[in-house]
Design a protein around this ligand. Structure first.
Ligand code: G6P
Length: 613
């Protein structure tokens, strides 16, 4: 949600900033802009509403501003419409300070009133502009940019990742973080970068320093220094990013979403790599090793997450209860954070997040911590806020997910939850034989997903047949109910066709009223414990002339003549079937979106990483 990139060094900043923005565009694409400092220190700001392309076209027309220090931003609008005035960077009245920001300044109205009284005129509707004027004001008593920024931030409440440049203290970028991600990239030969995530700097360096909340830092060709707003100078560890630039390219695919769907055989192999113990019917999870005692005492688990990760959490609930015998609740993080959750002794709070930066999930986690609960993360992005703030966890190792609609992260989350279920189950009621069965099933999953991907042609045809439908219903029971929710979410997100996921049997309490010959109904009917029940639900839809697309595992003779289309995936343990049944739904959504001319990787109004409430 909003992408930030900054560069200071000896090369021209402009092209490096634009390349960084291209990597970050998935975080928001309502407007884009940059500020470059010319050799004499003057700042040139160029910004345009719309996607990065619009900014690039403007730069093509008017020329790229020259200079070796600059900042750039891609926006997901919160305060104010996505127009040029509200686009970042925001500059001070004298055009001598430029600032970019990700997050929300919560006391913006109060600050705006105070600054207006001091004579500042506002040119945008954004909360961000208040911070520029605060810095301008703070320059009166503070000679350096870092001191002025720190003084300003002491008056700010809310969430921010920000970067500032100023002609009053040239060559420097000052960055700060509170609740929104920010890292520093350490290049060679006096080059330093700042970014909201590592994708923007990986081309230039793999050495990164993640700022903590309350930190700010100053970067210049002479070096960098990190500080904490209350504690003064602090040292932060240098981390190495361990994935390649290739992971950020489409690799011949027309869209990241399709690439990521097709990567699943390898991401599912990566999430179990080195973790399966076939003989013992058990798993080895390095991230949990030092916390055996805490985990032995867990009597209840509260899973908290948003969006697709919340759907994975629901599957985890079924698994952990059925196979490990532990009571589980799954909470939307946005709800959990404002309730009075009862977290008695023995309750573990498990946050699931691809990005590790989702603001609501992070806040829910902090709420749990403040109540003394042990916390765990299932996260993809190494070094992300949730990964760092949880007591322990399991990484997905799925590589960067760029398509806004989550696909490969979802299936890896299910597998990570299965690993955790085996871990806890084998220490409780799961037999070695059950453990071995699950471990063998996990080992076989990548090859099975490979076979599901061969259905791409069929799913393209189905997408073509139903692309004009106005509504879709997705039905599933048991482990397949969350898959129905996820299938419906995928379709809505990328193709803008309205879709609802429902527990198959619950349909008769309402949605059945919608069913007629124009209503495609996707029924998840693999051969699991509730198969016979789902067959009855299919009859109910058929009796109302609904058009049925059934996803089954292996043969399904019971459905002959009862459904319009059969999508057959291989069979596996019922807890892992969601991994196989969701892939056709991802492909269906993808192809429907492409056929309808939608922007698959950057659907309207969405952002990949939602770092505001
Ligand atoms: C956004 C994304 C979704 C994602 C959700 C949670 O809404 O568009 O794809 O599922 O955030 O993100 P997280 O990174 O916490 O899994």
């Amino acid at each position: 949600m909003c992408g930030i990139v900054g560069y200071t060094g000896s090369r021209q900043a402009g092209p490096i900033l634009i390349e960084g923005l291209r990597r970050l565009e998935y975080r928001g694409y309502d407007s884009a802009g940059l500020a470059v400092q010319a050799g004499d220190g003057d700042l040139v700001v160029v910004k345009r509403p719309g996607k990065l392309q619009a900014l690039e076209a403007a730069l093509e027309e008017h020329g790229m501003p020259e200079g070796t220090c600059g900042i750039a931003h891609t926006r997901w609008a919160t305060h104010g419409a996505p127009n040029e005035a509200n686009a970042h960077p925001h500059a001070s009245a004298g055009s001598d300070i430029a600032l970019i920001h990700n997050g929300i300044i919560e006391n913006a109205s109060a600050l705006r009133a105070k600054l207006t009284e001091l004579g500042y005129a506002f040119r945008s509707e954004t909360d961000t502009e208040t911070v520029v004027h605060l810095i301008d004001e703070a320059f009166r008593d503070n000679p350096t940019l870092e001191d002025a920024v720190a003084a300003a931030l002491l008056q700010v409440e809310g969430a921010y990742g920000l970067a500032v440049v100023s002609s009053r203290d040239p060559g420097k970028i000052v960055v700060a973080r509170n609740g929104s991600p920010l890292l520093i990239g350490l290049g060679a030969n006096g080059e330093f970068m700042a970014a909201s995530d590592a994708t923007a700097v990986i081309r230039h360096t793999r050495d990164v320093v993640y700022l903590d909340d309350g930190d700010y830092a100053v970067l210049s060709p002479e070096g960098y220094q990190t500080y904490h707003l209350e504690r003064g100078s602090v040292r932060r560890t240098v981390h190495q990013v361990n994935w390649d630039l290739e992971a950020l390219e489409k690799g011949g695919y027309p869209h990241f979403m399709l690439k990521e769907i097709c990567e699943q055989p390898s991401t599912l192999a990566d999430v179990v790599r080195g973790r399966l113990l076939e003989e013992d019917g058990n798993v080895r999870l390095g991230g949990l090793r030092a916390h055996e005692d805490t985990l032995a005492g867990v009597r209840r688990i509260v899973i908290t997450a948003c969006g697709t990760s919340w759907h994975a959490g629901l599957i985890g609930e079924y698994m952990l209860e059925e196979l490990a015998g532990i009571p589980v609740e799954v909470e939307y993080a946005s709800e959990f954070r404002y309730r009075q959750p009862v977290l008695e002794d023995g309750t573990l709070v498990l946050a699931i997040s691809q990005s590790g930066e989702t603001a609501d999930t992070l806040a829910a986690l902090r709420e749990a911590r403040s109540r003394g609960a042990p916390t765990m993360g299932i996260v993809n992005v190494v070094g992300s806020s949730i990964a760092r703030e949880t007591d322990f966890g399991i990484y997905l190792h799925a590589g960067p997910e760029i398509g806004v609609a989550s696909t490969k992260a979802f299936t890896s989350q299910i597998v990570a939850l299965a690993l955790f279920t085996i871990y806890l189950g084998r220490r409780r009621r799961m037999s070695i034989l059950e453990g071995r069965e699950l471990v063998a099933a996990l080992r076989a999953l990548p090859g099975q997903v490979e076979r599901v991907l061969e259905l791409d042609g069929l799913l393209t045809e189905l997408a073509a047949a139903y692309q004009d439908a106005r509504n879709f219903l997705y039905l599933g029971r048991g482990y397949q109910f969350p898959v129905a929710l996820e299938g419906a979410l995928k379709l809505k997100e990328v193709s803008y066709i309205h879709a609802e996921g429902y527990p198959a049997a619950e349909m008769k309490h309402g949605p059945i009223a919608l069913i007629d010959e124009d209503m495609p109904v996707v029924v998840l009917a693999p051969r699991d414990g509730v198969y016979a029940k789902v067959v009855s639900n299919i009859e109910e839809v058929k009796a109302r002339n609904g058009r049925i697309l059934a996803v089954v595992s292996d043969e399904a003779p019971e459905l002959d003549g009862k459904v319009d289309h059969l999508v057959r995936v291989p069979h596996t343990h019922s807890a892992l079937l969601p991994v196989l049944t969701v892939v056709p739904l991802q492909l269906l959504a993808y192809h429907a979106a492409v056929l309808r001319g939608c922007d698959v990787d950057q659907p309207r109004n969405l952002a990949k990483s939602v770092t505001v409430e």
